[in-house]
Design a protein around this ligand. Structure first.
Ligand SMILES: *Cc1c(COP(=O)(O)O)cnc(C)c1O
Length: 375
């Protein structure tokens, strides 16, 4: 038996949706891309959406649209996947790491404020595990210092902050549709925005900066004519992928319900277990539970981790503080120290959580975890 920490759920309807596209006229950019964008924009109550090839491309596009360039500093959290900081480097900017709140593991607004300089241009808060960051405080700071907010919502499709779905609260929000995330397109990503100008930039960036829209072109020589207005990439997503995404969006409420149920069962099982800290939830947040992360206290994390892996429990660790990676250490980050992030990183373990995890499997995980922390 091997129980992974996360995995996709694909049913016969999903498969049929993809098969239909394979028999249609469009394999890549066709009607399914716009339909998928519409589904996610509507669900998150946001005006515009641009679907791209993956979540990292979505972050890159967002940094481009925000105008990040050489000399600009962008503040993000160390407890995230490397993409949240790499996207700043792609644009020639400098990621700056601000420490986390030790209760929620999300970036701390006070730590953000301490890191602001005259070069700071944007903030990339990450809704870690699917628990919303303190967005009121972050937006207040952003307003005071004139910063753009790009939310990395890769964990947070379906998460809520004070009753609003994550997606339309900031200048831009990005999502990922990698198979371990809430819905999948195989590979895929999306940027959500309410700003028409940003929407135009994001759309251009997806296809080399090329447009055929006469309203945007400097001239029009004929029906064959198009113009490259900026340097973009090929970050397109296919109709095949978006058909899967549309089908998965219909299942999202069911996925969220299941993830929340699994989290509740873990909470109940571990609330009074010595040696384990369960994830605290801040007031006003409704977690979408991409990850369920415990802290192993009083025991050795590596021993617990290795033992669980040997027993077929596919635990993981999210995340190694980004600046600790050799690439960052070699490139100017060797003196960075975020105390809370490093301490908590040393105690974290992610337990299996995904819609098709059965009650029996979860019971097995709970028993093995309890044994492992007892030593
Ligand atoms: C998954 C993830 C990404 C990147 O998404 P991809 O689709 O894998 O490129 C970015 N940020 C966070 C926090 C993620 O978990």
């Amino acid at each position: 038996m091997y129980i992974p920490y996360g995995r996709q759920s694909v049913n016969d309807n999903d498969i049929q949706a993809v098969t239909e596209v394979l028999k249609s006229d469009f394999l890549t950019t066709g009607p399914k891309v716009a339909e998928f964008e519409y589904c996610v924009a509507k669900y998150t109550n946001t005006r515009y959406a641009v679907a791209v090839s993956n979540g990292t491309a979505a972050l890159h596009a967002a940094c481009f649209a925000a105008g990040i360039g050489p000399g600009d500093e962008v503040i993000t959290t160390p407890i995230t996947f490397a993409a949240s900081a790499n996207c700043v480097l792609y644009c020639g900017g400098t990621p700056v790491f601000a420490d986390i709140n030790p209760k929620t593991y999300n970036i701390s607004p006070e730590a953000i404020e301490e890191k602001i300089t005259s070069r700071t241009k944007a903030v990339i808060p990450v809704h870690f595990t699917g628990q919303a960051c303190e967005m009121d405080e972050i937006r207040r700071i952003a307003k005071r210092y004139g910063l753009i907010v790009i939310e990395d919502g890769a964990h947070a499709l379906g998460a809520e902050y004070k009753g609003d779905k994550i997606g339309g609260l900031s200048e831009m929000t990005t999502f990922s549709f990698h198979p371990v995330k809430h819905i999948t397109t195989g590979e895929g990503g999306m940027i959500l925005t309410n700003d028409e100008e940003l929407y135009k930039k994001l759309s251009l960036f997806r296809t080399h900066g090329i447009t055929r829209n006469p309203d945007f072109m400097t001239e029009n020589q004929g029906d064959w004519y198009y113009e490259q207005l900026d340097l973009g990439y090929n970050y397109r997503i296919s109709d095949i992928q978006c058909a899967l995404g549309i089908s998965q969006m219909q299942r999202l409420p069911e996925f969220l319900k299941k993830r929340r149920k699994i989290a509740a069962v873990y909470n109940k099982a571990f609330r009074d277990t010595e040696g384990i800290l369960i994830p605290e939830q801040a007031e006003g947040t409704l977690n979408s539970w991409h990850l369920y992360v415990i802290q192993v206290i009083g025991g050795d994390r590596k021993e617990v981790f290795d033992r669980l892996r040997r027993q077929g429990v596919g635990v993981n660790v999210h995340y190694i503080p980004v600046y600790k990676h050799p690439y960052y250490q070699k490139n100017g980050y060797s003196q960075v120290y975020c105390k809370n992030a490093e301490e908590i990183y040393g105690r974290m373990i992610s337990l299996p959580i995904y819609p098709d995890l059965t009650e029996e499997e979860q019971e097995y995980v709970i028993e093995r975890v309890k044994e492992a922390v007892r030593g």
